[in-house]
Design a protein around this ligand. Structure first.
Ligand code: PLP
Length: 394
């Protein structure tokens, strides 16, 4: 017999994938231009030209054996130094190359870090709404998920509710700002209060509580809003970063883990990260991509399109009568379902060829995620359908 748990995971596609597959079917039946697919978080804008230029240059000029060979398990030393320097320049932090671990994107960063931190039965707090794969990663690492809902009025942390779920078994909390699916950005005041609460609780229980800062959307933020760098506010932090969204490189699988140099026992923690990477087979992240990101640190794809899409979608949908908190970052709009059952609403939306994702798997029932990393033209064409859909409820 195989692993029951793994078979179950493999057979049951995520809801998002399920909707995307339905979209493929509809595209083949009625033509791609007639399907309004808002299901996936796949960046719609190209990687900046400099990424391709650097890759071509590396392929032409870097000796092939070095370019395509194994790097150190934790990543090339020069690449890790460049990343540490970049973190320090941007955030006045104290990052050290020997605390950086190169990964295949944020998913790998998270799963390695969770395996490094958790012993069986340790609890991990997820702030709903949250990226559904967190649950899979935590449980596979032996952890127990505890969820807390963010405030409906602004998707900031509900501190009273959070305080209630923290116990002496709490090992970690995952913070994802800008957030998938709400688009909320946790502000400086919230991060300060979070740090105070975690320190207070860790003192009270005589434990250590770690923050996993899942930051694939860090650069996708509008109106020059600040995204506080959590290691500057809370010592026991591990940053799980990815270049998937900022550089529009999700298929290339490249990111990193940064263990804060202020974390307690950071040396042992980093050793556990290396051990988890080894045990999971996540060593030597793709070398071509490591060398590429080293040359383009600080650059992003042209994210102005997302801001334009956000404004268009948010303004139109709220004018039709939908309720939503205006997202400050990422590329998702999280609307309140006009009927209690968001699944039923998303089914009804299919009548208008609108493919939307119910919030249930994000731990937030009664809400629906709309990914606006799509062409502006598609949004313009879809708007009348959104209006017809809400009018059914009037
Ligand atoms: N974390 C969040 C919140 C995400 O939305 C995603 C992808 O959509 C990931 C992690 C995984 O990112 P990556 O493609 O870099 O593995």
């Amino acid at each position: 017999m195989f692993s029951e748990k793994m078979m179950e995971l493999g057979k049951k596609r995520s809801v998002i994938r399920e909707i995307f597959e339905y979209g493929n079917l509809r595209r083949s039946q009625i033509g791609a231009e007639n399907v309004f697919d808002f299901s996936l978080g796949n960046p719609s804008i190209p990687a900046p030209d400099v990424v391709n230029d650097v890759m071509v240059d590396l392929i032409k000029n870097k000796p092939s054996v070095a370019l395509h060979g194994y790097t150190s398990a934790q990543g090339d030393a020069g690449v890790r130094k460049a990343i540490a320097d970049n973190i320090n320049e941007r955030f006045c932090a104290d990052a050290k190359p020997e605390l950086i671990y190169m990964t295949c994107g944020a998913a790998a960063s998270l799963t390695i870090t969770l395996n490094a931190l958790l012993n069986v039965g340790d609890e991990v707090v997820l702030l709903a709404p949250f990226f559904p794969e967190y649950r899979v990663f935590v449980e596979k690492a032996g952890g127990v998920v505890k969820t807390v809902k963010c405030r409906e009025e602004d998707f900031q942390i509900d501190f009273l509710a959070l305080e209630e779920v923290i116990t002496k078994k709490t090992k970690a909390i995952i913070i994802n700002s800008p957030n998938n699916p709400s688009g909320a950005v946790l502000n400086r005041e919230t991060i300060t209060l979070l740090a105070e609460l975690l320190n207070k609780k860790a003192d009270e229980f005589g434990t250590d509580i770690y923050v996993l800062a899942d930051e694939p959307y860090r650069e996708l933020v509008y109106n020059d809003l600040e995204v506080p760098y959590i290691p500057n506010f809370y010592d026991n932090t591990v940053v799980c970063y990815s270049f998937s969204k900022s550089l529009s490189l999700p298929g290339e699988r490249i990111g990193y883990i940064y263990v804060s140099s202020k974390a307690k026992n950071y040396g042992d923690l980093y050793a556990a990260v290396c051990g988890a990477g080894r045990a999971l087979g996540f060593v030597c992240a793709p070398s071509l991509l490591q060398y590429t990101v080293k040359e383009v640190l600080g650059k992003t794809a042209d994210i102005s399109v997302y801001e334009k899409n956000r404004n268009l979608l948010y303004n139109a949908l709220t004018s039709y009568g939908y309720t939503a908190v205006r997202p400050d970052g990422a590329f998702y709009l999280f609307i309140k379902s006009p009927e209690a059952d968001a699944n039923a609403f998303c089914e009804r939306a299919k009548k208008y060829e609108l493919l939307l994702v119910p919030g249930d798997d994000f731990g937030y029932e009664g809400y629906v995620r709309i990914s606006y990393c799509v062409s502006t033209e598609m949004i313009e064409k879809a708007l009348p359908e959104f209006e017809k859909l809400i009018n059914e409820y009037k």
